[in-house]
Design a binder for this molecule. Sequence first.
Ligand code: NAD
Length: 321
Amino acid sequence: MIKILANDGIDVNGKNILEKAGFVVETNKIAQENLASELQKFDAILVRSATKVRKDIIDACPNLKLIGRGGVGMDNIDVAYAKNKGIAVINTPASSSASVAELVFAHIFTGTRFLQITNRVMPLQGNSEFANLKKVASNGIELNGKTMGIYGFGRIGQEVAKIGIGLGMKILAFDPYVSTVDLSLDLPALGQNSRLKVSIQTVSEESVITHSDFITFHVPFNEGDKAIINAAKMEKMKKGVGLINCSRGGVIDEKDLLFALESNRVAFAGLDVFEKEPPVNMEILKHDRVSLSPHIGGSTVEAQNRIGIELAEKVIEHFKK
Ligand code: NAD
């Protein structure tokens, strides 16, 4: 009997699929410090981003045959080391793309209508300062007709483009490894199976940087990499641009971002990820033109559901081979 530890939980549908296929699934979380000894009783471990499966754990568990990551980033797993030892490592890269793309627009709508300020101030002063707050938040802008810059045109970047197109935005996408992408937009309002095909050609980095009203980043990034967006690049952007980072902390230099916010080069930023997590830069956290979320881009009910099912199917495929 194959025993699986889902240490950061697994959606109930995924668990059911595994159990129906004859696997035993344990969802009681084992603390990181006890994992090396406790994991020896299992054939596979499934994690999200919380549990770390490093060399020490891999060495302590010679029976381990598979490590599954629900989501995209594998920063919490020593992937090459595990594969070298013959352990399969799987993930579910596409399951959360639509959720991340929607969060991008949650941050853009927040920034363009000053909701990050009004949501903070109205509980305290909404009754006494209503007229002043109305003044502060009355110069919002619409997205329709604006240009959406997308930096990194992979899975999430393409989902962002689809939403942008639906909102009547122009799309400028930069990706050194992608030239043309054929998008398929589902339009259920026009009837079942109604789809619109849109072909998008990527443009130069310069075009995205200089012509976009909003720029969102969807690139891979590893700890220790140099920031992709720094003061020099922000200086070339349109005055009043909105920047969104729902990829990885560090893609935008936080110090340079603060400077660009102060000089009004950047009108607002939306951040789901931070150079350090938990974040330590209080100036960023308290800034009244920064909309914040605690790294939840890929965490929605629907994404968890798809992740659970995709993981379960991949685990079954591996062990039934
Ligand atoms: P993906 O691999 O599908 O797409 C990334 C794209 O970036 C690729 O097309 C690649 O060619 C391109 N690229 C690489 N280097 C580039 C560069 N220097 N400039 C421009 N483009 C470049 O990845 P994805 O699934 O779209 O994920 C994108 C990012 O989002 C990753 O960093 C991932 O870790 C992160 N992510 C965050 C969350 C969250 O909760 N906030 C959830 C899922 C993914």
